[in-house]
Design a protein around this ligand. Structure first.
Ligand SMILES: [Zn+2]
Length: 237
């Protein structure tokens, strides 16, 4: 399978003995695929993709919204995300302590038989929170040194619309619990973004100049995060 990139969207291209170009956008993560006749060259495929860009984006947005609305049930076989990877949940009954164990592509959730959805969700949330509490302090230390700023405290909470926020007056950063699902560089991008607010309150040219300087690849990380706002997304390396 070959790939082309059009306007930051990766498109799988498959050449086949067919008559017409065919475009599809597929759930759950809005993968884009074009099937093209053997005689059609790459440039024509690219132009075709460009002409369909707004439709592609619309489809992707609607899949992202659907995924966002899909409440996890915390049952075996369900997809859960951690650190940018997808894991399949296994519910394992135990009389011991409730816990989460990652094993290859599985996320094993040990809970008492008959545990409620709410309880299972809270065990997974605690696992995410512990992970973020391991990752965030070293990131703060690293960037405080580089940026010559001081963060007084950070808090983690579940947020619906924002990846992070910064209270400049008290130098406090809030980080969305959902970031535990994303690859570590995305978490770092949010931490750096919020810390830049300690140098510049607004998203103006000065702000952009700082973030360009500290994290030159921030745009890539931002677009990865925004492919689907605060939701479950497949991330393939
Ligand atoms: Zn900001």
């Amino acid at each position: 399978m070959r790939q082309i990139t059009v306007s930051n969207i990766e498109i799988d291209v498959e050449k086949k003995a067919i008559k017409n170009l065919h475009l599809g956008v597929y759930p759950p993560n809005g993968r884009v695929r074009i099937a093209a006749p053997l005689r059609v060259n790459d440039e024509s495929i690219r132009l075709f993709a460009i002409s369909k860009l707004s439709w592609i984006k619309k489809q992707q947005r609607s899949f992202a919204a659907q995924e966002r609305e899909t409440e996890r049930e915390f049952i075996s076989g369900e997809s859960h995300y951690f650190n940018g990877r997808r894991y399949l949940m296994n519910i394992i009954p135990t009389t011991g302590k409730a816990t989460v164990v990652l094993r290859y592509k599985y996320i094993d959730l040990y809970v008492k038989p008959g545990s409620s959805r709410k309880h299972k969700a809270s065990v997974v949330a605690k696992f995410y929170r512990n992970y973020l509490n391991e990752q965030i302090p070293p990131l703060l230390a690293k960037w405080e040194k580089k940026m010559k700023v001081k963060v007084n405290e950070y808090w983690i909470k579940q947020m619906k619309t924002k990846w992070g926020t910064c209270n400049i007056e008290v130098k406090r950063i809030w980080v969305n619990l959902e970031l535990a699902k994303k690859p570590l560089p995305c978490l770092e991008y949010i931490v750096v973004h919020e810390m830049v607010h300690l140098l510049e309150r607004h998203h103006n040219d000065t702000f952009v100049a700082y973030i360009d300087k500290f994290l030159p690849r921030w745009k890539t990380l931002k677009s990865e995060l925004n492919k689907s706002p605060v939701s479950h997304v497949d991330w393939e390396y």
